[in-house]
Design a protein around this ligand. Structure first.
Ligand SMILES: Nc1ncnc2c1ncn2[C@@H]1O[C@H](COP(=O)(O)OP(=O)(O)O)[C@@H](O)[C@H]1O
Ligand SMILES: O=C(CO)[C@@H](O)[C@@H](O)COP(=O)(O)O
Length: 544
């Protein structure tokens, strides 16, 4: 049989990567990473108000650069043998679009308007709108939040749309509809981004847009109009049906085929979020808990639909039939900041260095800082009197979303140095993870094993060992450097008909695990006590 190749494209928070993979063996023959240029300069963002926007041109430039770059590394004949491309992105990262599905920021009149750009998952400007959605839903005949853990988050679709429509009159006039990043990029490749006909992702719709078959799709027009008359009629300009990522969205358009040097026979798979395709790439199986550990964490657990039945799991980011693999319930949770907690601390230290000693000194410091602090922190003893911190620097995603919460550090004295604070921050991210694991267990969802992927899982043995000690569970790290892109490639192989199921694609293309962290019993005992202190500090901060 001739070789067949597939391409997985993974749009992360800071960069996008493409991976060209042999669909029969899983061998990677080309990869390329591209950092978003406008985003890197901090354009259109204001961390102080939690505004994080990404320009669609960053995505389009990244799409071309990564696919052509990855193909350039592969043997020449691979181009003719590419049969499928699938895309994963962050989410909920929606954008206002016109009748043709064009993001408004791609029009000259909106080119510099952050309201016409993609609203990145970590943008929390819509806290008030999320609260309004919760208040209304909890008093409506149908509680539309019941399948998303009972709490709607400001990171999600409706809150972001409502906020933008309220604050920007020009968007009110020109936005015909709204599209998630994973749907838009996939649709662009097919040449049809028409918001009324493009195939929307089940994963994005179910976890973030309150879509459920029990509601016949999205929340009713009556509910949305009551929320705000600005939303009246919008439901008809969104979608009713949703599709799982084993499905084809269409074929590569002639324009993109020419641009990428590929054939128009290439199947474009239905898109999904990075974490969900990452879980496929990490060879998720029922009741495995896959943690995608990077800027944030996204935790994915998959269970047979019939085993969870009608049980509603409190305080998570949703339970959606088919969000990971068709026929299975995908459950999502996560932390809004994980690596971002460390990145914040690094910025705190390098900021004055930049101002006083210049950019070069700051760059040198910033490259070495986290690894250095990790080495120093790993040498410290773990005691019950250590500094305690909360990981809520970008609010709390789960359990029980609350993005108005803020982080805290307690127990400082004159002997507290940077490694001690860094150690406390690493432990805080691990304690946040522990509270998520505990919630799944309390809700009767067993966790058979823990698998980790993502930048932090690959780069930091110190963080991963701390996590294993705090969770008191072994953690396996997937071998794939780009597990999300590999998962997208597996989805592409299924959408293109190379493999009949996600499971078959995982068997053929999976690359296994290359590290395992086992809990150290002496640390486990101390962390039990420190975790109680973390909960106490959390309760105090939340109460005030
Ligand atoms: N050596 C390290 N130890 C711990 N965290 C790290 C290290 N290097 C980078 N990070 C963190 O990794 C995060 C980026 O994760 P990554 O998975 O690469 O990106 P993304 O979240 O965009 O997919 C950043 O928040 C950064 O602080
Ligand atoms: O929230 C989700 C998916 O639901 C993620 O897209 C989001 O956490 C972004 O992940 P990264 O940390 O940038 O990899």
């Amino acid at each position: 049989m001739n070789n067949q190749y597939v391409i997985g494209v993974d749009f992360g928070s800071d960069s996008v990567r493409a991976l060209v993979v042999n669909a029969q063996t899983g061998e990677a023959v080309g990869t390329h990473v591209h950092e978003y240029t406008r985003w890197k300069k901090g354009l259109y963002c204001d961390p102080a108000t939690s505004q994080f926007r990404q320009h669609p041109l960053d995505y389009l430039e990244g799409l071309t650069a990564t696919i052509t770059g990855a193909l350039a590394q592969a043997p020449a004949e691979v181009r003719q043998q590419v049969v499928g491309i699938s895309i994963d992105t962050t989410g909920s990262t929606p954008c206002a679009v016109d009748e043709t599905g064009l993001p408004l920021a791609l029009r000259p009149d909106f080119a510099e308007n952050p309201s016409g750009m993609f609203i990145l998952w970590k943008d929390h400007t819509a806290n008030a709108e999320a609260e309004e959605i919760n208040n209304l839903a909890h008093h409506w005949d149908t509680d539309y939040t019941k399948y998303v853990g009972g709490i709607y988050s400001s990171e999600w679709f409706w809150a972001k749309m409502l906020r933008t429509l309220r604050v920007d009159e020009t968007i009110r006039e020109h936005a015909f509809s709204w599209i998630e990043h994973c749907d838009w990029i996939s649709a662009v490749l097919t040449g049809n981004a028409n918001p009324l006909t493009l195939k929307r992702s089940r994963c994005a719709a179910g976890h973030k847009a309150l879509w459920h078959s029990e509601f016949d799709g999205l929340p009713s027009d009556e509910f949305l109009t009551k929320l705000d008359p600005l939303l009246s009629g919008l439901r008809d300009r969104l979608f009713t049906d949703t599709y799982t990522s084993d499905q084809s969205m269409g074929h590569l358009s002639p324009e993109w085929a020419e641009k990428l040097g590929l054939s128009t026979n290439v199947v474009i798979g239905v898109g999904a979020f990075d974490a969900h395709m990452g879980a496929i790439g990490a060879e998720i199986e029922p009741y495995a808990f896959v943690r995608i550990i990077g800027t944030s964490t996204c935790d994915i657990l998959m269970a047979p639909n019939e085993e969870i039945g009608h049980r509603l799991i409190r305080g998570i980011c949703g339970q959606v039939d088919g969000s990971v693999a068709p026929g299975m319930l995908g459950l999502e949770a996560g932390q809004s900041a994980f690596g971002d907690v460390y990145a914040w601390f690094a910025r705190l230290i390098t900021g004055p260095v930049r101002e006083l000693l210049g950019q070069d000194a700051a760059d040198t410091l910033s490259q070495q800082l986290i690894p250095h602090l990790s080495t120093q922190a790993a040498k410290l003893p773990v005691t019950e009197n250590d500094v305690i911190a909360l990981d809520w620097i970008n609010g709390r995603r789960t359990p029980d979303a609350n993005h108005t919460l803020k982080a805290a550090i307690a127990g400082l004295n004159l002997g507290t140095d940077a490694p001690k604070v860094f150690k406390a921050l690493v432990e805080a991210t691990a304690f946040g993870s522990r509270s998520i694991v505990d919630r799944f267990l309390e809700e009767g969802v067993p966790i058979k094993k823990v698998i980790a992927i993502g930048g932090v899982a690959k780069k930091s043995p110190f963080v991963m060992q701390t996590l294993a000690d705090v969770l008191n569970k072994p953690i396996q790290v997937a071998s794939a450097d780009q597990a999300c892109a590999l998962g997208a490639a597996m989805c592409a192989a299924v959408a293109a008909g190379v493999h009949p199921t996600m499971e078959a694609a995982q068997r053929a293309m999976g690359s296994g695990f290359d590290a395992e962290y086992t809990p150290q019993s002496d640390k486990v005992v101390v962390y039990e006590a420190l975790y109680k202190k973390y909960l106490k500090l959390g309760a105090f901060v939340e109460g005030h």
